[in-house]
Design a protein around this ligand. Structure first.
Ligand SMILES: Cc1ncc(COP(=O)(O)O)c(C=O)c1O
Length: 481
């Protein structure tokens, strides 16, 4: 077989040391999260905890959890993870579930389960709909897309939380399920769960609470800041399922999440069984077939290594860090925090029309921070993690300077990386945005070589050339903010 233009399999094997060195060098172009300059992506406690996660994963390096009956030790750890999570989320003895590969798989499976349950009961209507607030994670939209369902997105109230009345108005005979976030990723806001759970219960509809990011943090917020949160979990009878990611604030290794249902009456619809394959009877509990045992082992190790006392100690650090950051932001005239953040996630924006939020982001990037720009409204996302705690004073100082610059230069337009985000955020023609992002992905994953000699390495695709100029144009457009 000849594939002359492709990056090629080496003819001879190479020594492990050289390969490891080469791979370490690949990392030089990655974001530098270790110094606490990236405000999302990595949930990290330090080298000692990492060493435990790696050792636990290594212990299950070879096993495949495709067959839970072959690896009883993994089955045991999965069961114990599910029970620990059910306890934290106030589930009773009937609560059951599975460990999955991440939040997206948990969400996909919850949607699949409700669709299967309705189908088997003869109640699945064509054009069945998921009713969810606009701030719910895109994994629900992706699941709906893959499963032939529709999403009905409802607005949020002025505090950025789901508008329950708007959700109620969109319920029809086609409604399959409701969704709420605990909390939403963009702004860290807890949807009004007691009201949404009552709505679901009154209409006999399932409700999935997406606690992917909050499931292993809100239990500690309740203990450390009593009275801050209303009930948000299985205490509410209308909640039928929840997702909580062990690879986020449980500090497991990447690739694990927990999906819980109120009872086996829901979970049983998630299982897939094929009986006529020549290879024998095939069954799987989650989406994956062959499944690494490593993430299960690492999550189990993390939860036992930290225990309640460890999570409370870490949680207190993150909460007080986030509170310090919030009060610093509130003290900067011209900045506004979106809603009332319920944990260590927040978003802020410029509250004065002359100052562009993304120019503030540009200024912070120029000082070495990696900023998450969000849209509708334009704002900047911050998840406060362990690696940020020592950096908070520097960040606050840099933020004050960035805001002062943006206020002194009211005509300044966002540039560079911000231009791409700016155009995405402001472009009214969403089809064009989707096409451009698809093009980027096509370039990224197409088999075309990137250079003369593809053995030299592969380059990342660049955003479409027109995005910069178009962003500058749109940022002057009166309706664009
Ligand atoms: C609220 C929420 N739901 C779902 C997800 C998706 O999780 P994952 O990226 O693990 O698939 C995330 C990820 O940040 C999230 O914050």
């Amino acid at each position: 077989m000849s594939t002359p233009n492709h990056y090629r399999l080496p003819t001879e094997g190479q020594p492990p040391e050289a390969l490891l060195e080469q791979m370490s060098n690949f990392k030089s172009e990655d974001v530098n999260w270790q110094e606490g300059r990236t405000w999302s992506l990595v949930y990290h406690l330090g080298p000692e905890h990492d060493a435990l996660l790696k050792a636990a994963s290594n212990l299950y390096f070879s096993e495949s959890y495709i067959n839970p009956f072959a690896f009883k030790s993994l089955q045991r750890m999965e069961r114990e993870l599910i029970q620990m999570a059910a306890g934290l989320l106030n589930g009773d003895d009937g609560v059951c579930g599975t460990v999955t590969s991440g939040g997206t798989e948990s969400i996909f499976l919850a949607v699949y389960t409700y669709r299967e349950r309705a189908r088997k009961a003869g109640k699945l209507r064509s054009g069945a709909e998921i009713v969810l607030p606009v701030t719910a994670h895109p994994a629900f939209e992706k699941a709906a897309h893959l499963l032939g369902l529709k999403t009905v997105k409802t607005p949020v109230d002025e505090d950025g939380r789901a508008d329950v009345e708007a959700m109620r108005k969109r319920l029809t005979k086609r409604t399959l399920m409701l969704v709420a976030s605990a909390p939403s990723y963009p702004h860290g806001l807890l949807d009004p769960l007691p009201e949404i759970a009552a709505l679901a219960q009154n209409h006999g509809l399932p409700l999935h609470v997406d606690a992917c990011i909050g499931g292993f943090m809100l239990p500690w917020v309740e203990r450390l800041r009593p009275g801050r949160l209303p009930a948000w979990d299985f205490r509410l009878p209308g909640v039928t399922s929840m997702s909580a990611d062990t690879h986020k604030f449980a500090y497991g290794a990447k690739g694990s999440s927990i999906l819980l249902y109120r009872s086996i009456d829901y979970l049983r619809h998630q299982f897939y069984v094929s009986t006529d394959w020549p290879g024998g009877i095939y069954a799987s509990a989650t989406f994956q077939g062959s499944r690494s045992g490593g993430p299960i082992a690492a999550a189990w190790a993390a939860m036992h290594a930290l225990g309640e006392a460890g999570y409370l100690r870490i949680g207190e650090g993150l909460l007080s860090g986030s509170e310090r950051l919030q009060s610093a932001i509130r003290n900067i005239p011209g900045l506004q925090i979106i809603g009332q953040p319920c944990m260590n996630i927040l978003a802020f924006r410029s509250s004065d029309k002359q100052t562009d939020t993304f120019v503030i982001a540009d200024q912070l990037e120029a000082k070495g921070w990696v900023m998450d720009r969000q849209q509708r409204p334009d704002c900047i996302h911050l998840t406060v993690m362990q690696q940020h705690l020592e950096q908070l004073d520097t960040f606050i100082n840099d933020l004050q300077e960035a805001v002062a610059f943006a206020q002194k230069h009211p005509g300044a337009k966002s540039q560079g990386n911000a231009a791409l985000y700016g155009v995405m955020a402001r472009l009214p023609m969403r089809g064009m945005v989707a096409r451009s992002v698809r093009q980027l992905y096509e370039q990224l994953y197409s088999s075309k070589p990137s250079g003369e000699d593809s053995q030299e390495g592969t380059a990342s695709p660049e955003p479409a050339w027109w995005m910069g100029p178009l962003n500058r144009l749109l940022s002057r457009w009166p309706f664009s903010r």
